[in-house]
Design a protein around this ligand. Structure first.
Ligand code: HEM
Length: 383
């Protein structure tokens, strides 16, 4: 468990980790500064690593800087505007209902039964790939995030290369799968974002196959893994704070705020990576150029300089400037969708199961990666 989840604060909000070979940033103000300054803090961390054939780099908007970044982002942003996303409300409510219809009284496991399938079906439908293949996606994506190790730049070159090759191997089945579907779209256009990417043009040119497939993979992975964590974390956090659970049960207008507070309290995507383009000073600390900087947004979301009583879940917190979706040019593209899924799913859960609670005999399990904060399974009692 990460130290901030135990209420511990780092001694320094910006510090070099000798063992791992990069800088850790834990402060809210400092992270906001970095995320607002893409000129000095680049998202292209790939340049720190030896080039690896087949790596998920080309077309990966998370790792691009402006102006290339905006050109790619513009290709799909139309699908994630609040207005377009709001039109999905009916489908998401319907899906949530159907998934919960299959739950049998004494065997409800939130992740398996709702938090995993709901967002993966939604993003597969948006992309235009068969949502029935979701069990395959789960196997592949779980493999991509199964590492329990904190990644280190101090590993020797051979070990680093091997780790990179392993991660390429783990990603390959998903990329091959998307490649096949992209080829179908090329032969016969069909609805969905994958098709839009196949036929899109940037500066008068089509995207390369690798760009299309990598971009779609980012959407598929980013589009469900984090939302799965959000749904699980929200129920877990509310269950651990019965006064807050009672409050949102009484007043459903608090559901959106409960989702925001859950993102602050248990931040799914706990760390973002940047690399310095030049020597910088951050929080009074000098950092040379070409250094990896890890932005621990999970810790920033509990920074007592920014949040009063940061270790207390308070669904009436206002304002709530959490960094759960990042900030600046890379601000989460899917935030309106994730918020809608979170809100609708929590509403339906509260409607269906007024006595929903954790089961002391079947405790939750957690994702192994130190960069992710989320339940892996969450058995619940409903009667
Ligand atoms: C970017 C978190 C749901 C797609 C990000 C970033 C964060 C984040 C922190 C910023 C990355 C950076 O600055 O380096 C989350 C969380 C989610 C969620 C916590 C759910 C609770 C989604 C969904 C989608 C999505 C549903 C749907 C497709 C993306 C994409 C980016 C992104 C494409 C890259 C944007 C860019 O680089 O311009 N997300 N995300 N995310 N997210 Fe999400």
């Amino acid at each position: 468990q990460q130290p901030w989840l135990r209420g511990e604060r780092p001694e320094h909000v910006v510090a070099y980790d000798e063992q791992l070979g990069f800088w850790n940033v834990h402060g809210h103000q400092e992270i906001v500064e970095v995320l607002g300054d893409w000129g000095r803090y680049s998202s292209d961390v790939t340049r720190l690593f030896p080039p690896t054939e087949g790596a998920l780099t080309e077309g990966n908007i998370i790792q691009l800087d402006p102006p290339e970044h905006q050109k790619l982002r513009r290709l799909v942003s139309h699908a994630f505007t609040p207005k377009v996303v709001a039109d999905l409300e009916h489908r998401i409510t319907e899906l949530t209902g159907e998934l919960l219809d299959d739950v049998t009284g004494d065997d409800f496991e939130l992740v398996r039964d709702l938090a995993y399938p709901l967002p993966v079906i939604v993003i597969a439908e948006l992309l235009g790939v068969p949502s029935g293949d979701r069990d395959l996606f789960k196997v592949w994506v779980d493999r991509m995030f199964e590492s329990t190790n904190q990644f280190s730049l101090k590993d020797d070159e051979a070990k680093l290369r091997q780790e990179l090759r392993d991660s390429v191997e783990a990603t390959r089945p998903l990329l091959d799968y998307l490649g096949e579907h992209a080829a179908h779209c090329r032969r016969a256009p069909r609805p969905g974002l994958l098709n839009d990417l196949v036929h899109a043009e940037v500066d008068g040119e089509r995207l390369t196959d690798a760009q299309v497939v990598n971009f779609a993979a980012v959407l598929l992975v980013a589009g469900h893994l984090t939302t799965t964590m959000l749904l699980g974390n929200t129920v877990l956090a509310l269950d651990a704070h019965p006064d807050q659970f009672a409050k949102v049960r009484r007043d459903r207008a608090l559901v959106p705020a409960a989702i925001e507070e859950s993102l602050r309290f248990l931040t799914p995507f706990a760390a973002l990576a940047r690399v310095t383009n030049e020597p910088v000073t951050l929080g009074g600390v000098g950092i040379p150029g070409n250094q990896l900087v890890m932005l621990w947004i999970g810790a920033a979301n509990r920074d007592p300089r920014r949040f009063a009583n940061p270790d207390v879940l308070d669904i009436t917190r206002d304002p709530n400037p959490h960094l759960g979706f990042g900030r600046g040019v890379h601000f989460c593209l899917g935030a309106p969708l994730a918020r809608l899924e979170g809100r609708l799913a929590l509403d339906v859960l509260l409607d269906r199961f007024p006595r929903l609670r954790t089961d002391p005999d079947r405790p939750p399990t957690f994702l192994p990666s130190p960069n992710l904060t989320g339940v892996q399974s969450l058995p619940l009692l409903t009667d």
